[in-house]
Design a protein around this ligand. Structure first.
Ligand code: SF4
Length: 430
């Protein structure tokens, strides 16, 4: 296989909350191509983005964009939308390309899937892996989120946008809901198309909006159960974990495995600030509830690392240790918590920290690493290696020129919410 190979263009389709289709979520993220285009990694046809409201799954799967992406990888080229993975790998961070390859090698014979590739890059439409963002319905307005991904943000965005003065902030926070249909999954042939794929599906990944609020998420689970396909299918979630109906736990019983990534970014009022307005008591209660689910339900705390919480990561891990969970992060994050970096909005990225705070974070995280002698932490790629990768990433470039945008953004949000980031994060002397 070529050095630039990634299995995803052969096994996977992903959507954005508005139904636009992307090669994968990392392909369509900040830093995802050489010109940092917001359209990076989106599947295009005749210069327009393909959307699952208007295009069938099979049209997208064998679009010229997907065919070309496969051929580039087979020819040892890096598709421009995939540069983020290779850039992360060069800094010692385990990329999505790397960990997805490990996961899927265990599940399917990748060589035989690739052998079905036509000379033009086409493939039979038997897709084992979907990443579905079914609209933007969400009850939270996390500080790093936006109306693109959360319906709750829309009201605040309308109050806030006119207050932004910094050019970068106005540009970054720009949102235009014309031509955006966050109910695309209720239309067209999408649900029927998905049902046609049921027997091929080995993993369904749901993220937000908040998937557990969305009725069509339950419909998909129900047809997977009714067809008998659920027993071969892994479910994966990124969720705020605030709404867990009994009906969901009953449906999960039919699936091969459920991997639930519970988004928590800090302890108590710091989490409330970042994942506003999530109630900490509900977070804790639901974590303990999930800790008592059957063994095939795997639960991980997934933390989005950004400027506001990076200094407090050791405290979150300490809190988690004190909870004595039976299984949370048992096999992920080297038994502590899962970590991923926030790239958007860019002014919340850890590289924006001024030098004195980068030094403080570096010292605190280095001390945390050095004091951790757990064998798994030392050997698991998601343990010490990942933490060291974060420190390296943090110090690699200086983005402190984004500080005016950051401060203005936090102050405008604080005014809307009646909060004060300087009180919630007192050590963060920005
Ligand atoms: S190389 Fe990275 S960005 Fe490209 S498809 Fe694979 S995981 Fe996605």
């Amino acid at each position: 296989m070529s050095n630039t190979f990634c299995p995803l263009p052969w096994i996977h389709l992903a959507t954005r909350p508005n139904g636009d289709v992307r090669v994968c979520c990392t392909a369509n993220a900040s830093g995802a191509d050489l010109v940092d285009s917001k359209e990076a990694g989106l599947v295009m046809q005749d210069g327009a983005i393909m959307n699952l409201r208007d295009h069938s799954i099979s049209d997208v799967w064998n679009s010229s964009f997907m065919k070309e992406t496969r051929l580039q990888m087979l020819n040892n080229q890096v598709p421009s939308s995939c540069t983020k993975c290779f850039s992360e790998e060069s800094k010692g961070i385990v990329s999505k390309r790397q960990w997805e390859t490990i996961v899927w090698k265990e599940r399917i014979d990748i060589d035989s899937v690739v052998a079905k590739t036509g000379a033009d890059g086409s493939l039979p439409v038997d897709i084992p892996y979907f990443d579905l963002r079914l609209g933007n319905l969400c009850q939270l307005k996390c500080i790093m989120c936006s109306p693109h991904d959360s319906s709750s943000w829309i009201k605040d965005w309308k109050m806030q946008y006119s207050k932004y003065k910094t050019f970068e902030l106005r540009q970054d926070q720009h949102w235009d809901d014309r031509n955006r249909d966050y109910t695309w999954y209720q239309k067209g042939n999408f649900l029927n198309d998905m049902q046609d794929q049921a027997d091929s599906i080995k993993e369904l990944y749901f993220a937000g909006g908040e998937p557990l609020l969305i009725p069509e998420h339950y419909k998909i689970l129900e047809f997977m159960v009714a067809s008998g396909a659920a027993k071969n299918c892994v479910l994966r979630y990124n969720s705020n974990g605030l709404e867990i109906p009994d009906r969901l736990l009953e449906l999960w019983n039919h699936f091969k495995q459920v991997k639930f990534n519970f988004s928590i970014d800090a302890v108590g009022d710091k989490n409330y600030y970042i994942r506003y307005p999530s109630k900490w008591e509900t977070v804790v209660e639901n974590l303990h509830r999930l800790d008592n689910t059957p063994d095939h339900v795997i639960v991980n705390i997934a933390c989005a690392v950004q400027i506001l919480n990076v200094l407090y990561l050791p405290e979150l891990i300490e809190w988690k240790r004190q909870q004595n969970f039976k299984k949370i992060n048992k096999d992920n994050g080297a038994g502590m918590i899962g970590l991923h970096l926030v790239y958007l909005p860019s002014y919340l990225n850890v590289r924006v920290l001024p030098k004195h705070l980068k030094d403080l974070v570096t010292n605190k995280l280095t001390s945390f690493i050095n004091n951790n002698t757990d064998k798994r932490f030392l050997t698991d790629p998601m343990g010490k290696q990942r933490w060291e990768g974060f420190i390296k990433y943090l110090n690699y470039e200086d983005w402190s020129n984004k500080m005016p945008a950051l401060l203005e953004y936090l102050e405008v949000c604080d005014n809307t919410r009646g909060l004060n980031f300087r009180e919630t994060f007192p050590e963060l002397t920005l």
